[in-house]
Write a protein of this length. Structure first.
Lengths: 118, 344
């Protein structure tokens, strides 16, 4: 497989974006939706199911009007137990705190369910 | 138990497809051309048996005047964990060994970001990246070299404008006839098979005059290639037409059409190769191939001429073995292969 852009290169096994190359500046699609990426690891091991669950929770929360729900059973936070980093959500501190609380609850529920299954 | 939860909004404009070498013919190294929005990069992916799939050796080569940098990025910390660069950036390292992010939360890399050091305004600008899952699933355990060829010409297409990579290009050359000066060879799944019996060409409707010069080929066909051998009706009894599916360069017998269909294929997808062609295919897949029999939940990893049983999903995740790369073979297809167990 060859492409004028890669002249001088040896035969390629695959080309991304090769044909149709142009010198004009790229058109940036300003309406492109940003993708919410969520990853969960427990003791370093990825948990894609919980990650997907949390992604749905966050999407729902971000699109909600912000009404506060009654907190469920409260769990004291163990430092280092569940660590959450949320980037780019643009929520005010109170809403962000609420989201983190909901995420922690969901993680605990999931872990308890996993333990019960074992 | 220590849990890390990371959420981040990734900019789809900057995310480019990761080509999955497991879908291509041969064992590599593979050379991929990436015509990015404003730049042209050649990426070489070479399996490294010393590395686990949770590790990767990343290098940068370029002769371009403007500085280039590749940063290993941890999305939990939202920060760079390692970087390599060309001389104008002041970063002296051109090679880094990275491991997949996980534990502790701030350690390891989720992906890499290709950056340019623009002359004016003088600053480092993140340009291109890859989805973390694809990046590690497809290129984990490899040496990955980024040769930054041009910064004055690209495809003009940002990641979100880029069509998904088309793996059917691997089979686009199927039935191409080649001439190596002595023999005709026919291409199937990216590999070519020597034609010993010219009756094959007649039966397949291949014209000898259409043969193109042989230019080398992969050592084995791409995963999912289906083959059966041509059987000359005039020589001996007509043999049962045995069908095979190829994964990791090894052939696995498909006993009947029902099984073929149960695996999700159609009889029309089975390629007829010259007689004796299946003898060029191995019985043990190359290291790193993941296999499961159709009716079983047990997953095996091919390593050092053994099939290692992966005991559970945790072991899959701990060893960075992607479930989506598990290939399904007919029941009993793995019975004869030597076994071992993968540590958890």
């Amino acid at each position: 497989m060859t492409d004028p852009l890669f002249n001088g290169s040896k035969q390629l096994d695959g080309i991304v974006g090769g044909s149709g190359s142009q010198t004009a500046p790229a058109v940036v699609n300003g309406t492109a939706r940003r993708t919410l990426w969520v990853k969960v690891t427990a003791d370093g091991i990825p948990d894609p199911v919980l990650a997907d669950d949390l992604r749905l929770l966050i999407n729902e929360f971000v699109q909600s009007t912000g009404e506060r729900r009654e907190p469920g059973v409260s769990h004291p936070d163990t430092p280092g137990d569940i660590r959450i980093a949320t980037h780019g959500l643009k929520l005010d501190p109170a809403r962000l705190q609420e989201l983190h609380r909901l995420m922690r609850e969901r993680v605990r529920e999931h872990m308890a369910h996993e333990e019960a299954e074992e | 138990m220590s849990v890390c939860v990371t959420t981040n909004y990734l900019d789809p404009q900057s995310i480019y497809p990761v080509i999955d070498p497991h879908r291509l013919a041969g064992s590599g190294p593979w050379e991929f051309g990436y015509a990015l929005a404003l730049d042209t990069v050649r990426i070489t992916v070479e399996r490294n048996p010393v590395l686990s799939r949770c590790e990767m050796r990343v290098s940068l080569t370029t002769t371009l005047t403007e500085g280039k940098e590749i940063t290993a990025f941890n999305l939990f910390a939202n920060n760079v964990v390692d970087r390599i660069g060309s001389a104008p950036t002041g970063v002296t390292a051109t090679e880094m060994e990275i491991f997949k992010a996980g534990q502790p939360c701030e350690a390891g890399a989720d992906t890499v970001v290709l950056c340019r050091w623009y002359a004016w305004p003088r600053s480092l600008t993140a340009m291109y990246t890859f989805l973390p899952q694809d990046f590690w699933d497809f290129w984990g355990g490899s040496n990955v070299n980024f040769a930054w060829l041009r910064d004055d010409l690209g495809s003009g297409l940002w990641g979100n404008q880029m069509p998904p990579f088309d793996y059917s290009q691997e089979t686009a050359l199927d039935r191409t006839l080649r001439w190596d000066g002595t023999n005709y060879r026919v291409v199937v799944g990216g590999m070519d098979f020597v034609v010993h019996d010219l009756a094959y060409l007649t039966a397949m409707g291949l014209d000898r005059n259409s043969a193109v010069p042989w230019a080398g080929a992969a050592s084995f066909p791409a995963d999912f290639t289906l083959v059966r051998e041509f059987s000359h009706y005039r020589v001996g009894p007509i043999r049962r037409m045995r069908m095979w599916i190829v994964f990791g360069g090894a052939k696995f017998h498909i006993p009947d059409t029902q099984t073929l269909q149960a695996l999700g294929f159609d009889p029309s997808q089975v390629n007829v190769i010259p007689e004796g062609g299946t003898s060029k295919l191995g019985t043990m897949p190359i290291d790193g191939t993941l296999l499961r029999e159709q009716s079983s939940s047990e997953v095996f990893l091919a390593k050092s001429n053994q099939l290692l049983l992966v005991p559970n999903q945790t072991a899959m995740e701990r060893n960075c073995l992607p479930s989506r790369l598990v290939r399904i073979v007919p029941d009993r297809a793995l019975t004869a292969l030597p076994r071992g167990t993968l540590g958890t």
